[in-house]
Design a protein around this ligand. Structure first.
Ligand code: UT7
Length: 351
């Protein structure tokens, strides 16, 4: 029995926000963002549109593409670092939104590695015989982290109000992070099937000594109370990122993880047909590709259109590659990701 991805879907908001549009709100430029990250545009959810809302759209498409109905799903795994609420998690909200049966829903929070960790759980559920069809969703709405109350209305064309100098200065304080992230969701329906197709091997890693390089200090239960006005004023309810350190870890550990799954499976890196890398930064994706000695066409990317959508990057990319005909039967495919935790790993999948 193997875990086979039998349907995929995406839920991306309609609002396309270009680098030029962001330059109206803060001191940044299309050139800086493109040269440093490869990103040209990203999607922003409408106010009130949440990660579970986008997850429902992606999941509905994945279920339909699999030729199933919501009643056919046996368990849900929802990966997000931007849930609608602190409690409950997004699982029950998705269950209600999709009209799923009374089935277990699991919320996981491995940030950029959420989809990989979800794949591991889905595979274990299926291999154990506990659940036959698992719906795996990765969805994020990062915009509420961003100080877009200072210009959001202008950005989405609902106002022609000029941004004040003070607003511009405040928006600029977080420009190293805000320009990189976008909103979106991707989903996959995974079913246990006999045959050659399916997941072959996953290797996951965690290094808690890297917990401080990409983190959010505020709104956490180490503090009493767990959130204060002071934390908000001090910017502690926004993620902190030591960009260069995360970058170095990403270009080192993702190639290592890809090699690890290849070696453990007795195949060479050269024999991989496609490597789907977490879409954080085009320079990281190209770094992984070069470290593995693969030609660029084997490492597709869409970060230029969506930015970093954290747990959603891999399922969105997978869906696009399938839709574009890049994935054909009999291919060796690897998924790899690294993010806050640090969590990272790789999964080998035979199509
Ligand atoms: O999903 C996993 C999580 N995240 C990642 O994988 C991200 C990993 N890190 C990165 O992708 C890169 O480190 C960044 C894109 C975040 C930054 O690129 P960098 O080449 O490391 O730039 P930097 O942080 O060294 O900044 C260079 C300069 C700085 O100015 P000074 O100090 O040299 O005068 C920044 O203040 O660029 C400035 N800067 C900006 N300028 C215009 C930072 N952000 C911006 C901006 N627009 N948005």
């Amino acid at each position: 029995m193997r875990s086979v991805i039998i349907g995929t879907g995406i839920g991306v908001p309609a609002n396309i926000v270009t680098n030029e549009a962001l330059s109206q709100l803060m001191d940044t430029s299309d050139e800086w963002i493109r040269v440093r990250s490869g990103i040209r545009e990203r999607r922003y959810a409408d106010p009130g549109q949440s990660s579970s809302d986008l997850g429902v759209i992606a999941a509905a498409q994945a279920i339909a593409q699999a030729g199933l109905t919501p009643a056919d799903i046996d368990a849900v795994i929802f990966a997000t670092m931007t849930p609608d609420r602190l409690l409950p998690g997004n699982g029950p909200l998705l269950q209600k939104g999709l009209g799923l049966r009374d089935i277990p829903t699991f919320d996981i929070r491995q940030q950029c590695s959420g989809f990989l960790y979800g794949l591991e759980l889905a595979d274990l559920f299926i291999q154990s015989g506990r659940y036959r069809r698992v719906l795996l969703v990765g969805a994020e709405v990062h915009t509420p982290f961003m100080p877009w109350h200072l210009g959001w209305d202008t950005l989405i064309g609902q106002s022609t109000r000029e941004i004040t100098e003070a607003e511009r200065a405040e928006n600029t304080l977080t420009r190293d992070r805000t320009v990189l992230f976008g909103d979106g969701a991707g989903a996959a329906v995974i079913e246990g099937r006999e045959g050659e197709e399916g997941l072959r091997l996953i290797r996951l890693h965690t290094d808690g000594s890297g917990a401080d390089v990409l983190t959010m200090h505020g709104a956490g239960f180490k503090r009493r109370p767990f959130v204060t006005h002071q934390q908000i004023d001090d910017g502690e309810t926004l993620p902190f990122m030591a960009g260069k350190e995360v970058f170095r870890s990403a270009v080192t550990l993702m190639p290592q993880a890809v090699r690890e799954v290849c070696e453990a499976s007795g195949i060479t890196v050269d024999s991989l047909d496609l490597v789907l890398v977490h879409q954080a930064n085009l320079r990281i994706i190209e770094g992984v590709q070069k470290a593995l000695g693969l030609p660029p066409e084997k490492v597709p990317h869409n970060v230029e259109r969506f930015g970093n959508t954290t747990a959603a990057t891999l399922p969105i990319l997978l869906h696009e590659c399938l839709t574009d005909g890049l994935i054909r039967p009999g291919m060796n495919l690897v998924f790899t990701a690294l993010g806050s935790g640090l969590h990272w790993g790789a999964a080998l999948y035979r199509t």
